[in-house]
Write a new protein. Sequence first.
Length: 140
Amino acid sequence: MTSTSFREPLMLPLQFDLNRNIDGAARDVQAAINAARGFLPPNLPNNPTYRKVNPADAPVLIVALQSDVIGVPQLYDAASSIMQQKLSQVKGVGQVIVGGSSLPAVRVDLNPTALNKYGIGLEDVRGVLAATSVNRRKGR
């Protein structure tokens, strides 16, 4: 098992002995995910999942989308919420990756003078943002 954390989604590749039945390994992985669920933060945006894929395989299909009607964020949302889901359900498809854009983000600009005037520290702001944000990996 290896782990590299960059951006969504976090992937933990598991390699099995060539003699291991892949369907049996998949059942064991699902059982381990189920057993670990109680140790994960309760506010995760999605439940952990697994996919049976060969990371050495090359893409079979690459699709580029563009539109003169809708913006890049809406196009990315449609690709990840509709197209990715439909392609993932095709028999024999192991993995569908949507790339080329990013999910919405929030940037916060602070006025230190105004914060000081009201007695608010940077740690106070950080605490409020952390308490109201989804618990995901931060940074690269």
